[in-house]
Each structure stands twice: as structure tokens, then as C-alpha cells.
Design a protein. Structure first.
Length: 773
């Protein structure tokens, strides 16, 4: 664990430096391409070149998507940076002889290639860190990216002051060369992806987007966001050209610099807090909201500075709040889909939006030639409102993607072999059903289903332990008033009541209340009638006949559910009986059994609550409706989690041993710093009553593996699916922090430590024994 933690910290430091260089080059390139183009062409021609750049970007994106699928981004991106740097040097050589041609080539090159380089960098970050680790480091990487934006603005502005405008191309080539060097240090992420055949790779990303709700909504948000940004950008650059006397490069560079500084401030002060409050998915909606608000303000305030503020607000939000959540939205996706789809959405959808935005602006310029500013701003506002409507769908789609990620990862893992449904249960000395011999886990969520067939098979599989007479009787609790078991009456008295003796029901009652195991089993094994239920219930606490008693109650449960519920909820009844009855109720009348089990979740005894929760989960697996809403379940979970942590960890089940968490092939021993207590299993049983059970089960099991990515996905799923007040109390039990390195102890030292702990262990066992009724 310590080695992996150090590797992550090293990768994070390299990623911060890479963010500085990559974003510095990208920001400087945006100022350079616009300045070089507008120095050779008029502002009215800008939409034409934006559309051409967007159209060229589409095949570039598809080709880059194929490359990212075939080769990992951390190996491919340094090469792409070197190729782009070489092209910049060639374009710089061309500017002296053919400046207008060079301006067009530079604009098309940087417009289509620059975004691919940035998208590739964020793909590396997304694959290098799992979703939880990414949340921890994305703030630092985001600050590095923002500092890179500041550096890029300074470089562009200083180049405009001290050098010829075309020298910015050589500066960009140097920045991209440095980026290639830094990115090469991030190589080392092991890929588990098999290359996709070339015949299908080109369209794989489009198919992935089409079938994934999260990607569909995100693509629409990106396209609409690019359209509104293109409209704001045109208004801003129109004002810049009108106000610039010595060329637009310096003013555009100052704009990029100021935007980067404000973005850095927001990244440091507010971005992480806003991300925690809004969550990953909801932060995407901040961009259309920002454009809507500032776009409306710019409509009523003419001039350069309102247009600059509106354009800056969009760029700042995009680079801080929006970007922080947007990048993490891809984390739940499988690696193959992530690589192909992300570059298509990052660049392809963006370029489609640029193309549509350019066409929209061109149409508005043609229609409203006299005053184009207001119509373009209103169009940006209208498109942003539409984008927000689709952004509102992203949180639900994100939660579904997390669920699918958990299920897909679980299917890829080797599952523990389940015992055949016909394998008999083994009963402990307390009458507790276990499946340890078959390797099953009694407390792992939904792995054991005590249904009618299993309880019957449990009884059939018991060895015959015949004793003629048992001297001890069933001992009730102090408050219980069970009928006294009297010795047999004298022969004369029995003869005097011949009619009573011949009543078969009374004969069976007498047999059930006798102290003979054989007589009791004989009645229980021969289809007892419903009148015998009150006399069978006390036998559930008698370990020697408990399986047969439970078997009989299961058969009678549909006709006597109310009687069994009354016994379960009777606090004065023997605790042993009450903790064994919830499994019987799964065979009872569903609606009445559900109400009784739900009420049992408020019992003072933990094991009664635990067994009731498992039984309710069985009813849900059987398709029965539950008598509780998700909000009521969350309230119950909050009450359970309000108990002191030390108490939660010490909950034990008297009818089974401590739960063993099933191992997976990729995981080692359960982690010591993760609570694998019975209380945590109970909490997840309850959560499965409000959420889809299978993802909750897999999340519970994932928390006990050494697969960091799987655990991180599980935690992210819980965070997105549960209300904040529940996760606030649940996190101390399930959150996994990096464990500090400790000095390894020898075998002898461990043996001494165990011996020293023996008195404490014995004291706790004595306390449990004393606490038993």
C-alpha cells in the first residue's frame, strides 16, 4: 500500500508540472492563432475560419480516437506533442514568404490539434488515478493547469511586446517540446485493455456515446456549450478588433492572462468546496448558468468590457468549476470506452459546437448586419438555457453509470463459488445455520437466503441425536411466563380422563411440552396443525429440536404470520426465539410479514434488527413490495450510525461467527482499517432496501478488497446515490485512508502481543455471556 501511495504522489507531482506546460502552450496558442488570423483577415471572415477549423477537427478527432484506443494516451501523447512542435516550426518558416497562407494553416492546425493535446492530457490523468484518488489530486492538478494558463498569457503578452508576432510560433514549439518530455515521465500506467480491431475502432466511440445515457447528455451539453461560447467569443473579438490600434495580439494575451489569474483564484479558494457541495455531476450545470447570467447582463450593457467580462466568465467557469466535475464524469466508464469516447466528446463534440456556432453567427451577421451584437448575445443565452436542461439530467445518468461500473467490474472478477441450492445447512450448538463447510458467507449481503427449501433441507440433513429423556426443560427469560412442564400424571388419573387423553390435538400438545426429543420431533415432522403454533414457538430456543421447529413454522407461516409477528415483536419473549423468527417470516404472508419485520428494525436487540433486515431483503429479492420508503430507510440507517463507533464494531451475532468477507482474485486479505463488522453488513442490508440491491452488495464487497480502483468506484457510487446526511455518518466506517508505514513485527512479537490481548478478549466474551438473556 505504501509503495502504491508513493507512486500516486509522484504521478500527481508530474501531472501538476505537465498541466502547467500543456495548458500554457494551449492558452498561448489560442491567443496566437486568433491574432495571426485577424492580422491578415477581417473580423467578418472569422466565422468562416472557425467553421473550417471545426470541420477539419472531426476527422482528426476520429483518427485520434482510434489511436487512443489502440495505444494508451500516456505513450501516444508525447509523440503527438513532438509532431505538433515540428509543424509549428515549419509554419514559422512559411510566414515570411506566404503570411496569409501561413495564418490559415496555423489557425487550422492549432484549432484542431491543440484541443486533442489537452484532451489527451486529461485522459492520462483520468486513467492514472481512480475516481476517489482523482478527487484528492484533481484540485492540485487543476491549480497547475490554471498556473499554466497564467504562464501562457504572460508568454503571449511579452512576446507581443518584445518580439515579432510570428515568433510566438517558435515559443509554442518549445512549450510543446517540454510538454512531451514531462508527459513521457507519466508512462507506466498498466493497461488492461486489449486493442480493438481497426474495422470497428473508428465507430466504436460513436456507438459508445449512443448507448450510454451519461455520454449522450454530456455530449449535448458540450455541443450546446460550444455554440454559446462561439457566440460570446465573436462579440468579444468584434469589440477587441474595434478597440485595437496596434494589432489584437497583446489585448488577446492580456485577456488570456487576466482570465487565468481569476481562474487560479477560484481554483484555490472555491473550486474544491463547490465540487464537494454540488458533487461531480451537478458541477457541469455551472457553465450554462454562468453564460445565461452574464450573457443577459452584456445585452443591457454595451461596449468592450461587458463583452469581455461575459466571455471571461464563461472561460473561467469552464476551466475551474465545470472542468473539475467534467473530467471526473468519465471515471466510471470502462477503460476502452473512456479512451475512445472522451476524445470524441472533448474535441469532436466541441468542434461540432464550434461549427454550429460559426454557422449561427454567420447567419445572424447576414440577417442583422446593422447591429449584430444583441442578437448574437441573445442566441448565446437561449442556447445556454437549453444546455442547462440537459445538464440537469447528468446526475441521474452519472449514478447509473456508477452502478453499471460496479456490476461490470464484478462480472469481470472471479466470484466465489456458490454452494448448490440443495446443500444442507449445518447447525451450530446454538442452533445457528452456517455454511462454512461450503465456503459461503453467512453475513455477506444476499449470499445466504434462508428460504423454505433450505430450512427443510437443514432439518433433513441433521444427524439423529436421540436421547430418551432430557432432564433440562426450556428455560424462559425472567419476564417470560411460559406454561410449566409438569411430570406425567399418575396412571389412575390418566384413566379417569380417557376422553381427554384420546383428543389428538391435546396429545400432540402434551408431546410438544414433554421432555422427550423423540416425541417432540415426531409431532414436528408429521405436519402439525395451526393450533400447535403457540406450543411450537418455545421450541425454537431448544437447540436439539430447533431445526424441526423452524421447519414446521415455515410450513405453517402463510396461515399464522400474525402469530409469528407477535412473537417476534414481544420484547418479553426469549431472545433466542426472536432472533430466529425473521427467517421464518420470509415464508409468511408478504404484506403482514413485511410490516412485522420493518417494526422489528426498531428493536433494542441488534441481532433481531440484523435478522429482520436480512429477511426484508429476502422479500425484496422475491419481488415483494416493502412497507417503507427510501427516506424512511435512510432515517433508520442514520439512527443505526448514530451509535458510538466502538459499539458498532463490537456488535456480534450469537447465531453465527463474525462475517468473513468473500475474497476476489484481485484482492488480498480484508483490510484491517476497514470495518468488516456485522454492524456494517447490517447497514448495507438496510441500504439495499432503498437502492438497487446488487450494486450495494458489490459495493460492500468491494470495500474489503485491495483493488483500489474498485473500492474507489464503490465509494463514489455511495456518495452519488446516498443523501449527504447519510454519507456523513457512513464515511468514518467505510472511507479508506492511506495507512502510515509501520515497522514490521516478527512472529514472536506478534505471539506476545496476542498473549497480552488474551485477558481483554476473555473479558469481552464474559461480558457477552453475561448480556445474554
Amino acid at each position: 500500500m505504501a509503495g502504491r501511495a508513493e507512486d500516486l504522489r509522484r504521478a500527481a507531482r508530474i501531472a501538476v508540472v505537465a498541466a502547467v506546460t500543456v495548458i500554457a502552450g494551449f492558452v498561448a496558442s489560442k491567443a496566437a492563432r486568433d491574432a495571426i488570423l485577424l492580422s491578415s483577415f477581417s473580423i467578418e471572415q472569422l466565422p468562416l475560419f472557425v467553421g473550417a477549423s471545426a470541420a477539419l477537427s472531426l476527422p482528426v478527432v476520429l483518427f485520434a480516437s482510434r489511436l487512443f484506443v489502440r495505444y494508451s494516451p500516456d505513450r501516444l501523447l508525447p509523440i503527438l506533442n513532438l509532431v505538433s512542435a515540428s509543424m509549428l516550426i515549419g509554419e514559422w518558416l512559411l510566414t515570411e514568404s506566404h503570411p496569409r497562407l501561413a495564418a490559415v494553416i496555423v489557425f487550422l492546425h492549432l484549432g484542431s490539434f491543440g484541443a486533442v493535446l489537452v484532451s489527451g492530457f486529461w485522459s492520462i490523468v483520468n486513467e492514472r488515478f481512480d475516481v476517489r484518488t482523482a478527487k484528492r489530486y484533481v484540485g492540485r492538478i487543476g491549480v497547475g493547469a490554471t498556473l499554466g494558463g497564467i504562464l501562457g498569457g504572460i508568454i503571449a503578452e511579452r512576446t507581443a511586446v518584445h518580439l515579432d508576432p510570428d515568433m510566438i510560433l517558435l515559443v509554442l514549439a518549445i512549450l510543446q517540446g517540454v510538454s512531451a518530455l514531462v508527459l513521457s515521465l507519466l508512462v507506466g500506467h498498466e493497461s488492461h485493455h486489449e486493442p480493438e480491431p481497426e474495422a470497428t475502432a473508428a465507430l466504436a466511440s460513436l456507438r459508445t456515446i449512443a448507448r450510454t445515457a451519461l455520454l449522450r447528455n454530456l455530449t449535448i451539453v458540450v455541443v450546446l456549450g460550444a455554440i454559446s461560447a462561439a457566440a460570446l467569443d465573436y462579440v468579444f473579438k468584434m469589440e477587441v478588433v474595434a478597440a485595437s490600434d496596434n494589432g489584437p495580439l497583446r489585448m488577446l494575451a492580456l485577456y488570456q492572462l487576466g482570465t487565468a489569474i481569476v481562474t487560479a483564484f477560484i481554483q484555490i479558494v472555491a473550486a474544491q468546496k463547490v465540487l464537494q457541495v454540488l458533487g461531480v455531476a451537478r458541477s457541469v450545470g455551472t457553465l450554462p448558468l454562468t453564460v445565461t447570467g452574464f450573457g443577459i447582463a452584456a445585452v443591457f450593457m454595451p461596449g468592450l468590457y461587458p463583452a469581455m467580462i461575459a466571455r471571461s466568465a464563461e472561460a473561467i467557469t469552464r476551466s475551474s468549476l465545470y472542468r473539475a466535475g467534467y473530467e471526473l464524469l468519465f471515471a466510471p466508464l470502462p477503460e476502452r470506452e473512456k479512451r475512445s469516447a472522451k476524445v470524441v466528446i472533448d474535441v469532436g463534440a466541441e468542434r461540432v459546437g464550434d461549427l454550429l456556432g460559426a454557422q449561427l453567427v454567420a447567419i445572424l451577421v447576414f440577417v442583422f448586419a446593422a447591429d449584430v451584437r444583441t442578437p448574437v448575445l441573445l442566441a448565446a443565452v437561449a442556447v445556454s438555457v437549453l444546455a442547462f436542461m440537459f445538464a440537469a439530467r447528468v446526475p441521474r445518468a452519472y449514478t447509473l453509470a456508477l452502478e453499471h461500473s460496479l456490476l461490470d467490474q464484478a462480472r469481470e472478477d472471479a466470484r466465489p463459488a456458490k454452494p448448490p441450492e440443495t446443500s444442507p445447512l449445518r447447525w451450530t450448538s446454538l442452533g445457528a445455520p452456517t455454511m462454512s463447510e461450503t465456503g459461503a458467507d453467512l453475513t455477506a449481503l444476499s449470499l445466504l437466503r434462508l428460504n423454505v427449501t433450505q430450512i427443510r433441507e437443514a432439518a433433513d440433513g441433521l444427524p439423529e441425536r436421540e436421547e430418551p429423556v432430557v432432564r433440562e426443560v426450556i428455560v424462559p427469560t425472567r419476564k417470560q411466563k411460559s406454561p410449566a412442564i409438569r411430570p406425567p400424571r399418575p396412571r389412575a388419573e390418566a384413566d379417569a380422563s380417557e376422553s381427554t387423553r384420546r383428543d389428538p390435538t391435546l396429545d400432540r400438545i402434551a408431546a410438544l411440552r414433554s421432555r422427550s426429543i423423540s416425541r417432540v420431533r415426531d409431532v414436528l415432522d408429521n405436519e402439525p396443525s395451526i393450533e400447535l403454533v403457540p406450543h411450537i414457538l418455545p421450541l425454537v430456543a431448544w437447540d436439539e429440536v430447533a431445526p424441526a421447529a423452524l421447519n414446521a413454522l415455515v410450513a405453517l407461516a402463510p396461515r399464522c404470520t400474525g402469530t409469528i409477528v407477535d412473537a417476534l415483536l414481544d420484547a418479553d419473549r426469549d431472545f433466542t426465539i426472536r432472533r430466529r423468527l425473521p427467517a421464518v417470516l420470509t415464508a409468511g404472508e408478504p404484506s403482514l410479514a413485511g410490516v412485522g419485520l420493518w417494526r422489528a428494525l426498531a428493536d433494542q436487540r441488534f441481532e433481531v434488527r440484523y435478522r429482520a433486515g436480512r429477511a426484508l431483503l429476502e422479500l425484496r429479492h422475491a419481488g415483494r413490495s416493502l412497507p417503507c420508503s427510501p427516506d424512511e430507510v435512510y432515517e433508520l440507517v442514520t439512527r443505526e450510525l448514530s451509535v458510538e463507533r466502538s459499539v458498532l464494531r463490537n456488535y456480534r451475532l450469537l447465531d453465527s461467527s463474525k462475517p468473513n468477507i468473500a475474497k476476489r482474485d484481485h484482492g488480498a486479505e480484508p483490510l484491517a482499517n476497514v470495518s468488516s463488522s456485522t454492524a456494517l453488513a447490517h447497514i448495507f442490508n438496510l441500504l439495499a432496501l432503498a437502492l438497487p440491491p446488487e450494486p450495494v452488495q458489490i459495493a460492500f464487497q468491494s470495500l474489503h478488497t485491495n483493488d483500489f480502483e474498485l473500492r474507489a468506484t464503490a465509494l463514489e457510487y455511495l456518495e452519488s446515490a446516498l443523501p449527504p446526511h447519510v454519507t456523513e455518518k457512513l464515511w468514518p466506517l467505510v472511507e479508506i485512508e492511506e495507512a502510515p508505514a509501520r515497522t514490521a513485527r516478527t512472529h514472536d512479537e506478534l505471539a506476545v502481543a496476542l498473549r497480552l490481548s488474551q485477558p481483554l478478549i476473555e473479558a469481552k466474551l464474559a461480558a457477552l455471556t453475561t448480556d445474554k438473556p
